[in-house]
Design a protein around this ligand. Structure first.
Ligand code: HEC
Length: 255
């Protein structure tokens, strides 16, 4: 008996598999840079940092080498009072997130602004840096961008951290690593779907909210409630509730 049938079968399978992988993996990436990152996407990646999932830099997912998110009301350089500002502090050697490493994924305008006004290319991982998210208006539309305040304003990581007491230091990156490590995503989604879901769990994320975020924490299926807006100030009913819900999750230190 000839093996011809098997050869034909193998080729047909190869073609079908190749096509399906092309559609699933490659096609979504073709024009990905045409979707600009939203403010939320920038905040997510800056608060989380780069390491997620297995890596030699944090093999047991303990939340090592993570940035610290701080809320400050004083200029770290001069000590003057400033508008409440959220800053993302990267100590020396803490890996920068994707948007800083590959500004292209922020989308054209945001990438340009982050490079020209925000000076993100001048950020040096070996020395650490402090970033903030800013918005500016271009042609009547608000465009978010990332500013490397270590270069533009001389805020060093140490001085910025020193301006935030315990309650204003948020360990978002470590919290998310905990969510991944402990398998919370087996039972909880972070993705209200565009159905009646949002009446209960709050607004769904938008296109561009995940640019540069890796891994995303969509969850696999939902045995417990969706956690997207747990702890989000616009969704929680009272300050007390805010403090007891997602802050516990993403904003408390582990490890
Ligand atoms: C085996 C499934 C499962 C796993 C794993 C799991 N949860 Fe849950 N979780 C639930 C269920 C079910 C509820 C709802 C319980 C209820 O309402 O009585 C819940 C409720 C919650 C709530 C309250 C949400 C709200 O809107 O009231 C939070 C917060 C939460 N879980 C966080 C976590 C975190 C953090 C982890 C990982 C450390 C985790 N869960 C892992 C099943 C799970």
């Amino acid at each position: 008996m000839a093996f011809r049938e098997y050869k034909v079968g193998a080729r047909v399978f190869g073609l079908a598999f190749g096509t399906s992988m092309f559609i699933t993996l490659y096609m979504p990436a073709i024009d990905i840079a045409s979707v600009s990152a939203t403010t939320s996407a920038m905040e997510r990646q800056l608060s989380f940092g780069r390491l997620g999932g297995f890596s030699y830099e944090d093999p047991l997912l303990l939340g090592w080498h993570k940035p610290v998110t701080v809320d400050i009301t004083q200029n770290p350089k001069t000590g003057e009072t400033i508008e409440p500002t959220r800053a993302y502090v990267y100590d020396a050697k803490v890996p920068f997130p994707n948007g800083i490493r590959h500004p292209r994924i922020l989308g054209k305008e945001s990438a340009e602004l982050s490079k020209s006004k925000g000076k993100i290319l001048a950020a040096d991982e070996a020395q650490g840096a402090v970033f903030i998210v800013r918005e500016t208006t271009q042609g009547g539309v608000s465009v978010p961008y990332i500013e490397n305040v270590s270069v533009t304003r001389g805020w060093t990581p140490a001085a910025t951290l020193a301006k935030a007491d315990d309650k204003n230091r948020l360990f978002v990156g470590k919290g998310k690593i905990m969510f991944v490590r402990e398998g919370c995503w087996w039972c909880h989604t972070m993705l209200p779907e565009q159905t009646q879901d949002w009446q209960y769990f709050g607004a769904p994320p938008m296109l561009g909210d995940f640019n540069g975020e890796s891994p995303t924490a969509f969850g696999s299926d939902r045995k417990g409630p969706d956690l997207t807006h747990v702890g989000s100030p616009t969704w929680c009913l009272s300050e007390a509730e805010v403090n007891s819900c997602l802050r516990f999750l993403f904003m408390s230190g582990v490890a």
